[in-house]
Design a protein around this ligand. Structure first.
Ligand code: NAD
Ligand code: MG
Length: 316
């Protein structure tokens, strides 16, 4: 019995794994990405992926496209880093032309993504600006459509997440900014996108596990994510008769600079994501296939859905 337990606990060398199961062994989700060993670290908001330790995996070396979004034209907000960057690279490798929106101070991160889109042989459009700024917010979608020659995918993904210990510490200004970036902008951008979209177009919103399991230190952020779920279900019903589908992705803990730039208490960074059933944080590249699925015709009967990619935490 003891011997058996010992054997089971030892990882088997590849040579001992039958050829037909060897690929599956490499795909074990609990070990698919290396141990994080993330140190305690800080960056001012919004921070840069390229300065994050370890650098989040946005799929530069790993995402392989299958042509599932051939000829599509997509705008992705927050497309410079983290989840949005992984989606931008995946969409380009699936055959889409891609515009990314991001804050001007994120240009270094954006440049990596723009280059990857061009390397995939697709058109890359850079739209730096601040979603707090009304002129930018009300013009960015039209500018994307103009430069892409149309628009049939909008990914509302930009997000602000700053922890605060107590309600007394949380200012109205922060609440307003979090709501403006995370949810209010979705109304403005989605409305503008409808002018360009026809049947077959898709909108994908980024929500969060925080919509269901609100962290007491994220009173503003978590509330925006619940609102995004309701917005998605309502707009999904409104637009389905027009052939436009609206869905959302709800990531769990994903290693991005959002967490490093005051998205988490500092002492939580070294063990971030380890409390999930999978036992580790997700990487941005692991979110991308959900966004590809929801944007592609493969999901033609999926409307108003929130697809959870959270390492196994149960959701309603
Ligand atoms: P990220 O920091 O890489 O991306 C967020 C992006 O939002 C930034 O790159 C920035 O371009 C954009 N943004 C923020 N404020 C802006 C403003 N005022 N104007 C314009 N753009 C602005 O982090 P991420 O984790 O990839 O976040 C992407 C989305 O995923 C967010 O909506 C976030 O809430 C959501 N999310 C993240 C996690 C996680 O664990 N990382 C979990 C669930 C949901
Ligand atoms: Mg960024």
């Amino acid at each position: 019995m003891t011997e058996q337990t010992t054997q089971k606990d030892q990882p088997r060398p590849d040579s001992e794994i039958p050829a037909e199961t060897s690929q599956l062994a490499h795909d074990d989700p609990s070990t698919r990405h290396p141990e994080q060993d993330a140190p305690i670290q800080d960056q001012p908001e919004p921070g840069l992926d390229v300065e994050t330790d370890p650098v989040p995996d946005i799929g530069l070396d790993s995402y392989k496209g299958l042509g599932r979004l051939q000829g599509r034209k997509a705008l992705i907000t927050g497309g410079d880093s983290g989840i949005g960057a992984a989606v931008a690279i995946a969409y380009a490798r699936e055959g889409a032309d891609v515009a990314i929106a991001y804050l001007p101070q994120e240009q270094r991160d954006a440049d990596r993504v723009l280059e990857a889109i061009r390397e995939a042989g697709r058109t890359a459009v850079a739209l730096p600006g601040d979603l707090m700024d009304e002129d930018y917010r009300t013009s960015v979608v039209d500018r994307a459509a103009e430069q892409l020659g149309g628009l049939d995918i909008l990914v509302n993904n930009a997000g602000k997440q700053v922890v605060s210990e107590s309600l007394e510490e949380l200012t109205d200004q922060q609440v307003f900014e979090t709501f403006q970036v995370n949810i209010l902008s979705m109304y403005t951008l989605s409305r503008a996108a409808l002018k360009h979209m026809g049947p077959g177009s898709t909108i994908v919103n980024t929500t969060s596990i925080q919509a269901y399991n609100p962290n007491p230190m994220l009173l503003d952020y978590a509330a925006t994510k619940s609102a995004i779920n309701s917005f998605t279900k309502g707009l999904g019903q409104q637009l389905a008769p027009k052939g436009i589908r609206v869905n959302a992705v709800a990531p769990g803990p994903v290693w991005t600079v959002l967490q490093v730039s005051d998205g988490q208490p500092k002492e939580k960074l070294p063990t971030f994501g380890e409390d999930t059933p999978t036992g580790r944080p997700g990487q941005p590249v692991e979110m991308a296939p959900a966004y590809v699925f929801l944007a592609s015709p493969e999901s033609s009967y999926v409307v108003g859905e929130t697809l959870n990619a959270n390492g196994g935490t149960p959701t309603p």
